[in-house]
Ligand binder design. Structure first.
Ligand code: SF4
Length: 100
């Protein structure tokens, strides 16, 4: 398999904390630390997204990973900042609790 060039950032885990315990999920037994993304890392995410926006290859972005994004205190600002970088139609994924 040949490596392909990166063309964008597709998913960013802004937190690995979660207050749920979905049956199918590895989160409850995940051994790595449960933490929020720091501002320093978020700034690097934005710089990479800007790079791919400038290249014309950045598409939608998902601000979720193994964790509950609504627990991050800056989720709303992060969504706004992504929309400012990528465009007003950028989908911002939501976990089950945000849809309830
Ligand atoms: S909300 Fe997401 S991270 Fe949390 S237990 Fe369910 S699937 Fe896993």
């Amino acid at each position: 398999m040949r490596p392909r060039a990166l063309t964008g950032i597709r998913s960013v885990e802004i937190t690995s904390r979660c207050n749920l315990a979905c049956r199918y999920c590895l989160h409850p037994i995940m051994p790595r630390p449960k933490l929020d993304m720091t501002e320093a890392i978020w700034e690097r995410v934005k710089a990479w997204v800007q790079h791919f926006v400038d290249a014309g290859t950045q598409g939608e972005i998902n601000l979720a990973g193994v964790g509950e994004p609504t627990l991050h205190p800056h989720l709303a600002r992060y969504c706004l900042e992504m929309r400012e970088l990528i465009g007003p139609t950028v989908p911002c994924s939501s976990p089950p609790t945000a849809r309830a």
